[in-house]
Design a protein around this ligand. Structure first.
Ligand SMILES: CC(C)(COP(=O)(O)OP(=O)(O)OC[C@H]1O[C@@H](n2cnc3c(N)ncnc32)[C@H](O)[C@@H]1OP(=O)(O)O)[C@@H](O)C(=O)NCCC(=O)NCCS
Length: 223
C-alpha cells in the first residue's frame, strides 16, 4: 500500500458522467449534499467557484479491498484550463477548495474580504480511515491554497461542533460510530481557531432522510 504522503489531488471532472456518479456515491456514504452533485456542484466547478479534487492513489496501488477507478479527464480547475493526463487512478475520497461560500456570507463572520478560501467536503472512504490519508489530503490542499495562483492568506472551514459530533446516535448514523478524534479537535491541532458556533446551520437531511439538530463550528486559520 502507498504511504499516505503519496496521495495526489486530481480535479473532479464536472462534464464526466462517471466522475459525477462516483462523487454522488461518495456523498451518499458521507451522508450529506448528494443532491448537489448533479447540477449545482457541476456548475460551480465549471465556473471555478468550487474546486473539488479527488483524493487519489495510483492505479496500481494495493490499497485493501475492491475500489473503483477513474480517468483524469478534467479540462479545467479554478476556471483555468489544464491538460488532463488521461491516467487512471483510485479515488479514495474528495476535498474541495472554494473561493466563495455564499451561505456563510450571511453569518457575518470576522474574515477578510479577499484571499480567503474555504476547505469543504472532505471525505475519505470509510474502510480507509485512520491511515493518514485525511491528513495527507489536508497538507496537499493547504499547499495548493498558498501557492500561485490562489495566494490564500486565510483558510476557513465549518464542521460539526465537538460535543455534537460525539453524540452516539448521531455519530452512529453519520460516521458508523463515535470518532476517536473529533473533527473540531483535529482541525484545532492543525491551527484552525474557532470563530463562531451556530445552531442548525446545516439544514440538509442525511442519507436516511433525517434532519439532526447540530451546532456548526466555523474555524479560521491565518497563513
Ligand atoms: C475526517 C476524515 C476526512 C479524516 O480522514 P482520515 O483518513 O481518517 O484521517 P487521518 O487518518 O489522517 O486521521 C486524522 C487525524 O485523526 C487521528 N486519528 C485517526 N484515527 C485515530 C485513532 N484511532 N485514535 C487516535 N487518533 C486518531 C490521526 O492521528 C490524525 O491526526 P494527525 O493529523 O495529527 O496525525 C474522515 O474521518 C472522514 O471522511 N469522515 C467523514 C466525513 C467528515 O466528517 N469530514 C469532515 C467534514 S468537515
Amino acid at each position: 500500500m502507498s504511504s499516505p504522503s503519496e496521495v495526489t489531488l486530481i480535479p473532479w471532472d464536472p462534464l464526466s458522467e462517471s466522475h459525477k456518479i462516483l462523487l454522488f456515491k461518495q456523498r451518499v456514504e458521507c451522508s450529506w449534499d448528494m443532491e448537489l452533485v448533479q447540477e449545482i456542484w457541476r456548475d460551480e466547478q465549471i465556473r471555478g467557484e468550487k474546486c473539488i479534487y479527488w483524493i487519489a492513489l495510483p492505479d496500481n496501488d494495493l490499497v485493501g479491498g475492491e475500489h473503483e477507478k477513474l480517468m483524469d479527464t478534467a479540462v479545467s480547475i479554478n476556471a483555468a484550463t489544464r491538460q488532463p493526463t488521461q491516467a487512471t487512478f483510485i479515488p479514495i475520497g474528495h476535498i474541495s477548495l472554494d473561493s466563495r461560500n455564499k451561505k456563510a456570507e450571511k453569518m457575518h463572520l470576522e474574515i477578510p474580504s479577499e484571499n480567503v478560501f474555504w476547505i469543504k467536503a472532505l471525505f475519505i472512504l470509510h474502510t480507509l480511515r485512520g491511515k493518514g490519508f485525511g491528513r495527507a489530503a489536508m497538507d496537499k490542499i493547504e499547499g495548493i491554497a498558498v501557492q500561485e495562483p490562489l495566494h490564500a492568506k486565510t483558510l476557513m472551514l465549518d464542521t460539526v461542533e465537538r460535543e455534537d459530533q460525539l453524540r452516539e446516535e448521531f455519530a452512529r448514523a453519520t460516521y458508523g460510530g463515535v470518532p476517536k478524534i473529533t473533527n473540531q479537535d483535529w482541525y484545532s491541532s492543525r491551527g484552525y481557531k474557532c470563530l463562531k458556533i451556530v445552531q442548525n446551520y446545516y439544514d440538509a437531511k442525511d442519507k436516511n432522510g433525517k434532519m439532526w439538530d447540530t451546532k456548526t463550528v466555523f474555524m479560521r486559520k491565518d497563513l
